[in-house]
Write a protein that binds this ligand. Structure first.
Ligand SMILES: Cc1cc2nc3c(=O)[nH]c(=O)nc-3n(C[C@H](O)[C@H](O)[C@H](O)COP(=O)(O)O)c2cc1C
Length: 293
């Protein structure tokens, strides 16, 4: 199941034998032979491109991880810490959208950001399912909301909840039960025409990846977060959506509608649209819980 990418190529006339690529290759692909770099364990390569990125003489070519000049004039980083923190704090869940759709080129730019998120073993295994057709979004909402209604209805039944505890764990069942009143109000409101489930999304993006890969959950979450930040910088508001994500994991009807590959699982969803009213202020968060050792 592990995909083996093509190995890097060493351009021998350019290699000075400094050994930086050997040191920086995280997968032990490279070694020194006759005082120049050589590919010794090609089957370990994950195409991360660190070898080519550190080489001072452009002596490494990787067909999948081609290097470019650094985007900034200096050695980077591209933005200062204050700007990063401001961007992170500016990103908020945007739930009220203007009527106009988000153009496909803009959605493509948003997804382009996800491409550069880290993935375990550089698998780059994140897939995107994008809904932009309003009729499809309505169908997605109807199926999700009716699945939610059923699932929370079941959790209200003490016998079902008792047995669900063996599968999901007692604490998760309690967590879901505590959420029943809020979920019911979301369902009722949405059914009566005030969409508190999807917030009248102009687009919906789901990220999915192979369920058997233990890094998939992280990969998808990292990628969708990158997308969310790019969306913000493009003036597009996004809101992560746990209702769709959880229904996509467990509701057979929704699974069928989505048609993801059989061995894939949805690990993140966001609704998108142009923000109706801009936030005027940044807000505080609790202090982080940190243990220093
Ligand atoms: C995994 C996850 C699921 C979420 N699901 C929903 C959702 O279904 N509906 C919603 O309105 N907001 C949802 N949110 C948004 C959170 O409520 C929001 O991130 C949180 O209140 C903090 O607000 P902020 O994103 O504006 O900083 C979700 C967020 C995360 C991370």
């Amino acid at each position: 199941m592990k995909r083996i990418p093509p190995p890097p190529e060493i351009i021998s006339g350019k290699c000075t034998g400094c050994g930086l690529c050997v040191k920086y290759c995280p997968a032990l692909v490279l070694g020194m032979q006759n005082k120049i770099a050589a590919v010794e364990r090609r089957e370990f390569c994950v195409a991360c491109g660190h070898c080519g990125a550190v080489c001072p003489t452009e002596a490494i070519f990787h067909p999948e991880a081609k290097v470019e000049s650094h985007l900034t004039t200096g050695p980077g980083p591209a933005v200062n810490p204050e700007a990063v923190l401001k961007l992170l704090r500016e990103r908020r869940s945007v739930r009220f959208y203007r009527p106009e759709p988000v153009p496909r080129e803009v959605l493509e730019k948003i997804i382009e950001a996800g491409r550069y998120a880290p993935t375990g073993s550089n698998s780059q295994n994140v897939h995107y399912l994008v809904f932009t057709d309003p009729r499809e979004i309505v169908k997605l909402r109807e199926i999700t909301v009716s699945g939610m209604e059923k699932a929370f209805g079941m959790m209200s039944n003490p016998i079902v909840a008792f047995y669900a505890g063996f599968i999901l764990g007692r604490k998760t069942v309690k967590f879901l039960q505590d959420y029943i009143p809020a979920a019911k109000s979301v369902i009722e409101s949405t059914k009566s025409g005030v969409d508190r489930a999807f917030w009248n999304a102009r687009a919906v993006i789901l990220v999915h990846a192979p369920a058997w890969d233990s890094s998939s959950a992280f990969n998808c979450v990292a990628a969708i977060n990158y997308c969310a930040l790019m969306a913000h910088s493009l003036g597009v508001g996004v809101c992560f959506n746990g209702f769709i994500e959880n229904s996509a994991k467990y509701d057979p009807k929704l699974k069928k509608f989505l048609g993801l590959p059989k061995d894939h699982r949805c690990f993140g969803v966001m609704t998108l649209g142009y923000q109706e009213v801009k936030f005027r202020r940044l807000v505080e968060r609790r202090r982080p819980s940190i243990e220093w050792r």
